[in-house]
Design a protein around this ligand. Structure first.
Ligand code: DO4
Ligand code: MG
Length: 277
């Protein structure tokens, strides 16, 4: 099942049918344990009554009062790219160490007001010259700490700022329009398939500039391990989103420009499309 936050209300997609939920508050709708069975109950009660022909045109980012957090260096490609970009600053060793360490790298990415949904523009910083999107499977975790759903995340990153000094990470990662989430939350009866593929395509002036794909099986850490660290000493009264890190980093010669279209697809979830403002 997929759930969408739309201008018309909360829409549930089940077996290619769309249902407008009777519930109107996004935060209390998503922040429930056993979310799958609760939504399945609601779909049973709605069946026949409130089916819609299609999804409303405007789909919003699937976020209310949740914070967006992110994980780092969870794939070998990310480790290599960070070591390369920070070698002049002598920071390369940190990335090799965190890749092997027991404690993962977790960082605050964005509150809802800096997060955009599908079809909305993402941004690159005016004081940065080297920018990339990071396509990441993103977990939705309810306030009691269980993973209840999955969405697509784009962890927009300024590689020159991050590479200059690892202590600049918050500035490289957090700014207006640096996070995109969407188009829905995929809520399943069990965990997402371990061979789920993530793919990205970046177009400039209708031309494909870069594309790649990776399976989440290549990730070094378990989702539950990341969540366990995130929830160790922090409470999330509305639940939280956690980006799980990127396994795709474009070559060093690549940087985003205004007008580029970034399309990230994750099997079972859908496609997140954003254009650089
Ligand atoms: O350590 C820097 C950020 C890493 C990151 O965002 C990623 O691996 O996806
Ligand atoms: Mg990332």
């Amino acid at each position: 099942m997929k759930i969408y936050k739309t201008k018309r209300g909360i829409v549930i997609e089940h077996l290619n049918h769309y249902f407008l939920s009777k519930q109107q508050d996004w935060d209390s709708f998503i922040n429930r344990s056993n979310l799958f069975s609760r939504i399945a109950d609601e779909v049973r009660s709605l069946r026949g009554a409130a089916s819609m022909d299609d999804l409303p045109e405007i789909v919003l980012a699937p976020i209310g009062h949740q914070e967006v957090w992110a994980s780092g260096v969870t794939y070998m490609r990310s480790r290599e790219a960070r070591m390369e970009e920070s070698k002049d600053a002598g920071g390369g060793d940190f990335y090799a160490r965190v890749y092997e360490a027991e404690r993962p790298e977790l960082f605050f990415k964005a509150p809802a007001h800096r997060t955009v949904g599908t079809g909305q523009p993402v941004r690159i910083r005016k004081d940065s010259k080297w920018n990339v999107p990071e396509p990441e499977l993103t977990l939705f975790i309810c306030s009691t700490g269980s993973i209840e759903g999955y969405t697509i995340g784009n962890d927009m990153s300024s590689r020159d700022i991050e590479g200059e000094n690892p202590l600049y990470l918050p500035q490289a990662k957090s700014y207006d329009g640096a996070a995109a989430l969407g188009p829905c939350i995929y809520v399943a009866e069990s965990t997402i398939a371990s061979n789920t593929k993530i793919s990205i395509a970046i177009q400039r002036d209708q031309e494909l500039l870069f594309s790649n794909e990776i399976s989440i099986a290549r990730m070094k850490r378990k989702h539950t391990e990341l969540v366990e660290y995130l929830f160790r000493e922090m409470s999330f009264p509305f639940g939280a989103f956690l980006m799980t890190g990127t396994g795709i980093v474009p070559p060093e010669s690549f940087t985003l420009r205004s007008g580029d279209e970034i399309k990230i697809s994750i099997e079972h979830i859908g496609v997140l499309v954003n254009t650089v403002a």
